[in-house]
Design a protein around this ligand. Structure first.
Ligand code: AOS
Ligand code: ZN
Ligand code: ZN
Ligand code: ZN
Length: 424
């Protein structure tokens, strides 16, 4: 299944007059219009291979049909997303859910639909068939050296798969933790984790990075060994320049000021990138921007400010990815909505009147500072996103076009109604 460009163009044509009207209206007040469009055009967000199937909870899972049954079909799905939004030019694989048996042909297939491979993800949170030691009580932090060794070797194997695909980063998320007080010696668990990560770090190719993700709870409900950004940052600092901290928006306790964490990590050159999603209660993995779009904007405001201050390239110098679970929506629609939400927050952040904001901050003009941020946030930037997409050969309205082209119905015809994608 591949979407031909002329079909997208045809549908764009039907909406062009309305789009032009809306675009002229907002564009008239954007001082740096060309730059904003250029930055939006260059901006891409990776799609994780595990988000293309219907998710679920421990209470059940309700398949939507036409889910990708193989790595090849997952690549096809990301190809569909990228054809529509021109902003999802990479896929992030998970080992062992997506073992690329033949890396050359997988790479060629991805290239055909304009994709490359983002970070590779290891998995020591599940036991695999034929595995010698169990991860029931953790992996890299385990009290038993043999278990740690097995987990280290798995991570090194993941790097090897990534090298074949030209990935440049290993993403490590550990579920290691404890369920009850007394179960663990925190210090020993942390030291074991550090030593294990060091061995993996030493196996990284020169041009690779290690991204260390943190999470406060789940699946362990008393402690998590890499439970917050401080613990991740401490590990990343001890490991060295190739290691940094990955921020998954859902991995914070309620009320946490994530934008402040982002600002400090950026300042220290230790912000690896993001797993975008939204949440109301915990690691809900909801569609990006569906619950708290203002927070997303504030994060992007810090990103733009902090990256500019360090002379960083917005599009390239950080890992941008979605990490969401789609339980009741069509995963492709959900991902299209998520990418749009990220681009909206990014565009709004680009509109912030920085010079006036700095003056307001220096004058302690609290009201004006707030007005400046809210003025940018309350601007309807959707026509700017649509224009950038149009310029790149994508769709003005990705979800609408996806529906008009009956993509899901075609996928169901091709793959069947009762499909189960590999992954979470
Ligand atoms: C788990 O909660 C984390 O968000 C992980 O980043 C991710 O969902 C997992 O590693 C999938 O492989
Ligand atoms: Zn994540
Ligand atoms: Zn998560
Ligand atoms: Zn999550």
């Amino acid at each position: 299944m591949q979407i031909e460009k002329y079909k997208i163009d045809e549908i764009n044509q039907q909406h062009l007059a309305k789009h032009r009207r809306q675009f002229e209206f907002v564009a008239a007040d954007v001082a740096n219009l060309d730059l904003v469009l250029q930055k939006l055009g260059a901006f891409n967000i990776a799609i994780p291979s595990w988000a293309l199937g219907t998710g679920g909870t421990r209470f059940g899972r309700f398949s939507g049909g036409g889910e990708p049954r193989s790595l090849e079909e997952k690549i096809e799905d990301v190809g569909v997303i990228h054809a529509l939004n021109k902003s999802s030019n990479s896929i992030s694989l998970h080992i062992p859910w997506d073992i690329p048996e033949n890396a050359a042909s997988i790479k060629a297939l991805a290239a055909q639909v304009g994709l490359h491979f983002d970070a590779v993800n290891s998995n020591t949170f599940q036991d695999q068939p034929n595995q010698k030691h169990s991860y029931k009580y953790g992996s890299l932090h385990h009290v038993d050296k043999a278990v740690r060794k097995q987990a280290i070797e798995h991570n090194i194997e993941v790097i090897k798969y990534g090298v074949q695909l030209d990935s440049k980063a290993l993403s490590v998320w550990l579920s290691d933790g404890s369920n009850f007080p007394g179960q663990l010696n925190f210090r020993r668990a942390f030291q074991n984790t550090q030593e294990s990560l060091q061995e993996i770090y030493d196996a990284l190719p020169d041009d690779w990075k290690m991204w260390i993700e943190y999470k406060p709870y789940e699946p362990n409900f008393y402690s998590t060994t890499i439970g917050d950004w401080g613990q991740s940052y401490l590990l990343a600092s001890k490991l060295g320049a190739k290691a940094s901290t990955l921020v998954d928006l859902g991995h914070h306790l309620q009320g946490t000021n994530i934008e402040q964490i982002v600002s400090i990590l950026l300042m220290e050159g230790k912000l690896a990138g993001f797993h975008f999603n939204d949440s109301k209660y915990g690691d809900d993995d909801l569609t990006v921007g569906s619950i708290n779009p203002y927070q997303l904007f504030l994060i992007f405001n810090e990103l733009v400010e902090g990256m500019d201050a360090r002379g960083m390239n917005h599009a390239k110098d950080i890992g941008w990815m979605i990490d969401a679970s789609h339980n009741v929506k069509d995963p492709i629609e959900d991902l299209l909505q998520s990418v749009q939400a990220i681009k909206i927050a990014y565009a709004q952040a680009l509109l912030v009147d920085k010079n006036t904001l700095v003056t307001a901050q220096n004058n302690n003009d609290v009201t004006l500072a707030q007005e400046i941020l809210q003025t940018a946030y309350r601007t309807d930037v959707r026509p700017l996103i649509a224009e950038a997409s149009l310029l790149a050969g994508g769709s003005i309205d990705p979800v609408g076009t996806y529906r008009k082209l009956n993509v899901r119905a075609n996928l169901i015809k091709e793959r069947g109604l009762k499909t189960v994608a590999t992954g979470l």
